[in-house]
Design a protein around this ligand. Structure first.
Ligand code: M6R
Length: 609
């Protein structure tokens, strides 16, 4: 959701803030703004739309000052207009605030403030909080923020500055990520590490209920009750080059092309070839505990939920453990049946998705063991689960998730292998699985060498369509869902993913000569079944684009076009079949002139429910 950055130190803040916002824009791009304090007061500049609008507005009138805050917004309360853009100020106009999250009791606070004579310029919950802090302010920003936050319900990552205290930045966290960057005589706050990497790799992760005060001499962390908290300084192992486009036209294409390497990084150090199993110490579960797991619940959102579905196929097939895959947003609000014999696996690229985090907390409350498959090191989910595996896919900046997805599937394969070997899988089968896993990066490279074929398919079948259907069976049914989601989110074409055999129970009514149907049809256990489904679509005039294995003349004869993927074990095919589908949606979106990395209405990290 929204991106937050703040700075205090010897350098001019405004330029640093704008550069930070450039790196944070993937978190939201409805509006942006900065506020800077100098000896003459507080200067706030903001604009609706992308960051470039703010940059245009500022032009060469860069406000001077060495203390400031900046924000890029994903709208929750109020339309994406300039008045609703952050930073917001209090009634006096001397305190500025930026916020990521939602203040749930803002309506009642607003009414009370209005009754006391406050007037508001925006429809946002954030401005209400700015006014509340202003009411408490008596020359001590830290104290005013702490008092105001005691009256507030909801989620927040916040930063405040005041014209009356040009050497103080106060920030606080509850439910929305926030970290402190520790530089050389300068300090930052940010909602994630991307705006800090250019300046420092030393960070302090704030936890819920914590408040940090940055001054020109350093920082200190406390809770709302004034108790000092000592926090470790962590080193981030990502570097600046990893969050740059490096010559690619879009982050999404860069991240698709990084998959041979990201997959290697996910698998590195986990495969035990001789024993035909995996080493997953990070799960913090002994072999005995893993054997005793009675049931696995996988919980996640969006693309991560799709990888969870693939995990279900793998775990049930190979390890014979019952698995359920739950949308985190549903799981958290029903009365889920989990106990100490249930292993709950939360999957999240960002490690900050509000619903996934809440689902994991709910599972913990009910006594389940929780593990996380998370990409962002130090993220909230990674810190709250009982154990887990980091994906090590590197930063994913494109809003459409690509390399994190294949790494999630690989991490699920590692968990599956370990559990299966402890139960029923033979050493020989385990070794075959490892061999297949090790071949995947090279096989992905083979697919990536043929991107022009996919570009041609995008141009021929999908560029001008309004609808598309993605069909797969077995472990490639979730790939159909993921392929459809990718197309929807970046090209705004309506697409549905379906189990191929379910088509005749409804969606078949949609099929005519204008409907492109993408089949995921490698030569696997259900191949003959999917061939029949292709026949059914062709009989009704649908256009069939099929992902197949080389030499599949049967489908080549039926389909309007095919793309061949290398052979692998059935359960690992999703890691290969998903790559052409990522590319397909990418090229369709580019051909339609869409903003691939910043699709409308979306944000990379969904920190509100
Ligand atoms: O960071 P997470 O993996 O928890 O994010 C979950 C979803 O928000 C995310 O996968 C979303 O669906 C992507 N935009 C998909 O491309």
């Amino acid at each position: 959701m929204c991106g937050i950055v703040g700075y205090i130190g010897p350098r001019q803040a405004a330029e640093l803030l704008l550069e930070g916002l450039r790196r944070l824009e993937y978190r939201g791009y409805d509006s942006s703004g900065i506020a800077v304090v100098n000896g003459h007061g507080l200067k706030v500049m903001k604009a609706a739309g992308k960051l470039s609008m703010l940059e245009q507005q500022i032009g060469d009138r860069m406000p001077s000052g060495t203390l400031g805050i900046g924000h890029t917004r994903w709208a929750t309360h109020g339309a994406p207009t300039t008045p609703n853009a952050h930073p917001h100020t209090d009634q006096s106009g001397r305190i500025a605030i930026i916020h990521n999250g939602i203040i749930e009791n803002s309506t009642s606070i607003r009414k009370a403030l209005e009754a006391r004579g406050h007037t508001f310029k925006s429809e946002t919950d954030t401005e209400v909080l700015a006014h509340l802090v202003g009411e408490f302010y008596q020359g001590d920003l830290e104290d005013a923020v702490a008092q105001a936050l005691r009256d507030v319900d909801g989620a927040y990552g916040l930063a405040f500055i005041s014209a009356d205290e040009p050497g103080v930045l106060v920030a606080a966290r509850k439910g929305s990520p926030l970290l402190v960057g520790v530089g050389e005589n300068e300090w930052f706050v940010a909602s994630d590490a991307s705006p800090l990497l250019q300046h420092t790799r030393s960070v302090v992760y704030l936890d819920d209920g914590e408040l940090v005060v940055l001054t020109r001499d350093g920082y200190r962390v406390r809770n709302l009750q004034s108790t000092r908290i000592s926090k470790p300084v962590n080193q981030i192992d990502w570097d600046l080059a990893m969050v740059e486009r490096n010559g690619y036209p879009h982050f999404m294409l860069k991240e698709i092309c990084e998959q041979p390497e990201s997959l290697c990084n996910t698998l590195r150090g986990h495969l035990l070839d001789d024993e035909g199993t995996s080493r997953v110490h990070g799960l913090n579960l002994s072999d005995d505990e893993l054997k005793q797991v009675g049931r696995i619940v996988i919980t996640a959102c969006g693309t991560s939920w799709h990888s969870g579905l693939i995990g279900e196929y793998m775990l049930e097939e190979m390890a014979r453990v019952p698995v359920e895959v739950e949308y985190a947003s549903e799981f958290r609000y029903r009365n889920p049946v989990v106990d100490h014999r249930t292993l709950v696996i939360g999957i999240s690229q960002s490690g900050e998705t509000a619903d996934t985090l809440a689902a994991i907390r709910e599972a913990k409350r009910r006594g389940a063991r929780t593990v996380g498959l998370v990409n962002v090191v130090g993220s909230t989910i990674a810190r709250e689960v009982d154990g887990g595996i980091y994906l090590h896919a590197g930063p994913e900046v494109g809003v459409a998730s690509t390399k994190a997805f294949t790494s999630q599937v690989a991490a699920l394969a590692l968990v599956t292998l370990r559990v299966a070997r402890l139960r029923n899988l033979s050493i020989l089968q385990g070794r075959q699985f490892i061999e297949a896993l090790r071949r995947l990066p090279e096989q992905i490279s083979e697919i990536l060498d043929r991107t022009s074929e996919i570009e041609a398919l995008a141009d021929r079948f999908l560029k001008t369509t309004s609808n598309a259907l993605y069909l797969g069976r077995g472990v490639n049914f979730p790939v159909a869902l993921e392929g459809a989601l990718k197309l929807k989110e970046i090209s705004y074409i309506h697409a549905e993913g379906y189990p191929a055999a379910e088509m005749k129970h409804g969606p078949i009514a949609l099929i005519d000569e204008n409907m492109p149907v993408v089949f995921i049809a490698p030569r696997d256990a259900v191949h003959s079944k999917i061939v029949s489904n292709i026949e059914e679509v062709k009989a009704r005039g649908g256009k069939v684009i099929a992902l197949i294995n080389a030499g599949d003349t049967e489908i080549e004869r039926l389909a309007d076009a095919t793309f061949a993927i290398p052979e692998t074990l059935d359960l690992l095919t999703p890691i290969l079949t998903s790559i052409p589908l990522q590319l397909l949606s990418y090229y369709v979106a580019v051909a339609r002139g869409c903003n691939v990395d910043q699709p409308r209405n979306l944000a990379k990290s969904v920190t509100v429910e």
